[in-house]
Write a protein of this length. Structure first.
Length: 188
């Protein structure tokens, strides 16, 4: 099975409470662009991530709103921001005991957990069943090409809401020389 490879650039997810702190009471996220996973979108909102005098400007807020806020950045972003300690490599949503980052919106600034998103494979329940995979299983994905690579420790994320796609961060995508439409293979 050929699986689409997608590069996930730095972004943040917000709770309703934090959205209103950053942008004002009764603010909502307006979709600008649909993402590959059903119901997910890049919104009209951006924020700045700040650590002392270092900043990442215009970081996109993704929707829909979540129960908990989190920033997702790359290792390179962590170095640029001079974060210490570096954020933990985590599956999205696992925000316990990680670095916090200052987030500046239109109305105020707040601190939220910051992670480096662990590479992962989204699958629907039907796709997972056909591949004999379970949720949170570790697999390997082979990407061919001039800078071909096998990514190990890719965590499966299975839900009826998902469809097949591997998500890598920008550092991983650059290491594999990914540009444009790229597919990988599950290594068994």
């Amino acid at each position: 099975m050929k699986i689409p490879i997608e590069i996930s650039a730095r972004h943040i997810h917000l709770s309703k409470e934090d959205l209103e702190k950053l942008f004002g009471k009764n603010e909502t996220l307006i979709p600008l662009k649909k993402l590959s996973q059903p119901g997910e979108f890049a919104s009209d909102k951006t924020v700045d991530l700040i650590n002392k005098d270092k900043k990442l400007l215009h970081v996109r807020v993704l929707g829909p709103l979540r129960k908990n806020s989190q920033a997702e950045i790359s290792v390179t972003d962590s170095y640029s921001l001079k974060l210490s300690p570096l954020p933990k490599i985590r599956v999205s949503g696992d925000i316990a005991d990680t670095t916090e980052i200052l987030v500046k919106g239109e109305k105020s600034s707040i601190k939220i957990p910051c992670i480096i998103a662990k590479r992962h494979l989204h699958l629907s329940e039907k796709e997972a069943k056909s591949l004999k995979l379970k949720n949170n299983q570790e697999v390997s994905i082979k990407i061919s090409g001039e800078r071909g690579v096998i990514f190990n420790e890719v965590t499966t994320r299975i839900s009826e809401k998902f469809r097949a796609a591997v998500h890598l961060d920008t550092d991983e995508g650059n290491a594999a020389g990914i540009s444009g439409k790229t597919f990988g293979e599950l290594v068994k």
